[in-house]
Every structure is written in C-alpha cells, then in structure tokens.
Design a binder for this molecule. Structure first.
Ligand code: TYD
Length: 213
C-alpha cells in the first residue's frame, strides 16, 4: 500500500505590493519537502506565448476589453499547455495569479462589466477552479509604500489609489463569494508569521489530498 497526494491547484492573489511573490517560493519548498511534485507558474504568462502577451499587457496602453481578452488568451494557453497536463499527470500546480485577478483588476479596478468577465470565465475554463486561493490582503498605503521601496513600476503599478481600492474590494468580494477555496492572509504581518499560517493551511490541504493505493 502506498500513499500519494491527489493533485491540487493553488493560486496566489492580492494587489500589487501585498507581498505575495515572497511567499510563493516558501509554499513551493514546503510542498516539495513533503513529497509533492509540482509546477510553479504565473499569469499573465506561464507559456512562451503567454510571456509575450505579458510584456504587452504590462507595458502597452489598450482598451480595457482588449486587456481582459488578452489576459484570458494567455490563460487559455496556460491551461492547455501547463495547468491541465500537470494535473492530469498527478502533479500540483501553483500559480502566481489566475482568473480572480481579472475580476479584481479589469472588473473592479477598470470597471469592466462583471457579466462579461463571467462569460469569459465560462468560456475559457468552465470546469477548472483553484482548490485553494491565498489572498494576500493589505491596506492600500502599506502596498504603495512597499512598491515605492522596491522597483520601477509597470503599467498596473502606476495606477492611482482609487484603482487599487476598487481592485482590493473586488478581491474581498470574491473571497466572500467563494469562502470554501479562499483564505485571506493579513499581509501586514511579519514574513515569519505569515509562513506559520501558510504552513498550517497547507497541512490541512495535504491531509485532505492523501490517497492510498
Ligand atoms: P504581478 O503578478 O504583480 O507580477 P510582478 O510581481 O512581477 O509585478 O504582475 C502582474 C500584473 O498583471 C499585476 O499588476 C496584475 C495584472 N493582472 C491583471 O490585471 N489581470 C489578470 O488577469 C492578471 C492575471 C494579472
């Protein structure tokens, strides 16, 4: 009799400057040390075409629906080439952003009609949803201070605070709508405290995913 973990799909979300990137490597290491084989990826991007779209999306000005369509085009390719094959092989997938980001940024931030977003979601991935979504949540002022301290800002990061307020609100609305998969992480905590919390949540997921054959 051997034990293995059934595949799981985990996503990381939050406004720019929430600090999620710091924690993705920790989650990958934590899972791998416990015998999980996984693929770590990101959106927009994750494939060769997706990375080209990312370059355009992060630096070109475009109509908001063009932006949403290109996000979902990148996602379609990501699912076809990376996510679905990995899950079918029995591997876990962790992705730095997924469809919740389109709802939050293009829907909340830019004000695109959420019914159109739902139609795109139903078209591009009618059956696939993350098993677990970590939402790194911080007040806007904290996120802004972190961004200003760290780097040159891309197109989204240069947006004004009302854009991020609306983006954050939409993330929180999604978290309330799908409480079974969302876990809100108070990202004002220290990195060490956040890692303790992530480890506890991952332990639950690991336990639930054990299959004996
Ligand atoms: P991000 O994931 O924050 O990467 P980095 O840490 O390298 O800046 O950058 C991706 C940007 O793309 C981010 O500002 C959010 C935006 N985005 C959308 O607007 N919609 C989407 O559907 C996705 C996946 C990302």
């Amino acid at each position: 009799m051997t034990q293995h973990h059934q595949p799981r799909f985990i996503t990381f979300e939050g406004i720019d400057g929430a600090g999620k990137s710091t924690h993705i490597g920790f989650v990958a290491d934590y899972l791998q040390q416990r015998g999980v084989s996984l693929v770590s990826s990101r959106e927009p991007g994750g494939t060769s075409l997706g990375e080209k779209l990312r370059e355009l999306l992060l630096h070109e000005k475009m109509h908001l629906e063009t932006e949403a369509l290109l996000m979902f085009a990148s996602r379609r390719e990501h699912i076809a080439q990376v996510i679905a094959p990995a899950l079918a092989r029995g591997e876990w997938v962790i992705s730095d952003r997924f469809t919740d980001a389109s709802f939050a940024y293009q829907g909340g931030g830019r004000g695109m009609d959420l019914r159109k977003m739902e139609a795109l979601e139903a078209w591009v991935h009618p059956h696939l949803q993350p098993d677990l979504t970590f939402l790194f949540d911080v007040p806007l002022a904290v996120a802004r201070a972190r961004l200003d301290a760290t780097r040159e800002l891309d197109k989204f990061e240069q947006e004004r605070s009302d854009f991020f307020a609306a983006t954050r609100n939409e993330y929180l609305r999604r978290a309330a709508q799908f409480p079974e998969r969302f876990r809100i992480i108070d990202a004002t905590q220290s990195i060490a405290d956040i890692q303790v919390q992530l480890a506890q949540l991952l332990d639950v997921l690991l336990e639930q995913s054990v299959a004996t054959v």
